[in-house]
Design a protein. Sequence first.
Length: 389
Amino acid sequence: MRFQGIAVKLHWSFLLIFIWIGYVGISRGLSLTETIYLGIAVLGMFGFVVMHEYGHALTARHFGIKTRDIILLPIGGVARLEKMPRNPWQEFAIAIAGPLVNLFWAGVFWLALYYSQFEFRASGEDALGSFLNPKGLPFLFFAMNLSLFLFNLLPAFPMDGGRILRALLALRMGYEQATLWAARIGQVMAMLFIFYSVMTYNIILTFIGIFIFYTAGLEYEIVRRITGYHGLTLKDIMRTDFITFKGSDPISAPIERYFRGGAHSYIITDSINGRPSGVIRREDLFEALQSGRWDSPISDWMHTAVFTFDQDTPVNAITEKAAGISDFFAAVTADSHIVGIIDDTILYRLYKLKPFLPLYLKMRKDLSNRSLQSSSSQTPTHENPSSTP
């Protein structure tokens, strides 16, 4: 399903919902009609989850951030944004938009219950009865949306409440430190979820707690990798010993180079002006090798979408772009001509050197200052010829 240009996808584990519906139908002795009605009611509840995620996605779009897709899981949904904004107020707005959607629907159903003849709940019914009784659905949807609103506001990073907490912390401290505090608080909340779920035999809450604990730590590691490189630009870290090919060159040329110890990706340049026109990766070389079309031009195999960045681009901007790409590769340009490359191996090495970057930058600054002092102290001398009487 696709709405507003954003695809909604089902994770394979979502099939467990249908298995659960079938199990409840059999164990409770429900008729086929009742089981189908139960399924429709459950899927209707997930409809509110989808609207919750669209609240995040459409608010992010307002700030120029695209959403890759929305994934539905048995425990909820995830709107996969291309990135999270560094502006704390923008992150706050995106995070709170989802819960506000549920608060809106909770208000709608509360008004429907208040001004209509629907019963809040038939006496003596359990939760399943609310699913099977049409009179119970308005209350069920009211309670469900109100629960989603309140539960998502818990400061359990990376849930919405945790992201709101990080945004507020980022107003007073650095982004990485704010993420660390939010992640640690989120992991404490996750352990409380797990403890409570064990005491109450709530297996769904157990999975939620495990999910929060794992993803909180993972997101902090991602933030650690993409922040903390202030003062560095691409010309400071780019690789200048790179090889380029033209689109008209045979595909055998980069294959030969790769098997002789070359890089895993190559920039392809325009035959006329030498500007980057594409990239060819290791997987493309293997595919071409297996095809037997070794004399075919590289242009038949290359990807025309290639990342290009100016050499003065801050490293922080690149690490954020590369965070969601497993095989990152980009051309670095100056006046539209290639002067270097950046790939995932360079960024990984930079991450490993991160503890030493402050000393490295201090060294560069000191050496630069010494060079300026040395040049300023050397004043030119002029020899004046002496006059002879």
